[in-house]
Design a binder for this molecule. Structure first.
Ligand SMILES: [Zn+2]
Length: 226
């Protein structure tokens, strides 16, 4: 590891040099005031192996709430997994997802990338949510409408008229977690509250929903913004 590759060097009133690798593989060095570059360089060399391993591990972890940067190799979440972004000269519709390769963006449409990715997420959320709605649908539990919204803080909601809304960001989470969010909103068609009766309807539709709900709590805020 070279000093030039370090993302941030922070000089503080500490006594020793330390290195930290954060989400996205971001490398931060903390050093005592007036430490020479040469000394930091020696330190980095002694930690090279550890830094390389930590960077590899952390590269796939999205930086909390950070905007997606549309650069080669950027990791874009889709169905709970990070997928690399690549560029090509001609791409159908400007952006496609190839299961074995990841996201492929048309190089000269980079300035529209945010819009294209959002469109992709919206279409995927609509498709996946509709499948789960069909799966859970039963007499007395049929939504009057299904909408995909740009909500950032709510994954789903159920209106008084039983129209269901879902955030396009759902396409970023594992498909089982989408299953829980849909079961949750479907259960609101019977119970417009979060009472015990409500949670027993969720349980009936989606036994084992607790670990999916926990996944959302733990990782939901880490997902990037568009
Ligand atoms: Zn609810």
């Amino acid at each position: 590891m070279n000093l030039d590759e370090v993302n941030e060097v922070i000089y503080t009133r500490r006594r020793t040099i330390a290195v930290l690798v954060g989400p996205g593989g971001w490398v931060v060095v903390r050093a005592p005031l007036r430490t020479s570059r040469a000394r930091i360089q020696v330190f980095l060399r002694s930690k090279a192996e550890w830094i390389a391993a930590a960077r590899q591990k952390m590269a796939a972890v999205p930086v909390p709430g950070e905007a997606v940067k549309f650069v080669e190799g950027e990791k874009i979440p889709y169905l709970g997994m990070p997928h690399p972004l690549r560029f090509a000269t001609r791409v159908r519709g400007g952006l496609v997802f190839e299961p074995k390769e990841g996201f492929i963006l048309q190089a000269d449409r980079q300035d529209e990338a945010n819009k294209l990715l959002k469109k992709f997420y919206q279409a995927e959320t609509r498709r996946l949510v509709s499948e789960w709605v069909d799966h859970y649908q039963r007499p007395g539990m049929v939504p009057t409408a299904i909408r995909v919204t740009s909500a950032r803080t709510r994954w789903g909601s159920c209106s008084g008229k039983n129209g269901l809304s879902f955030s396009y960001r759902l396409a970023m989470v594992p498909v089982e977690v989408i299953g829980y969010v849909v079961a949750h909103e479907m259960a609101h068609i019977r119970q417009h509250n979060h009472s015990k009766a409500f949670w027993s309807v969720v349980e009936e539709l989606r036994p084992g929903y607790r670990k999916e709900r926990a996944w959302l709590k733990a990782h939901g805020a880490e997902l990037p913004l568009l």
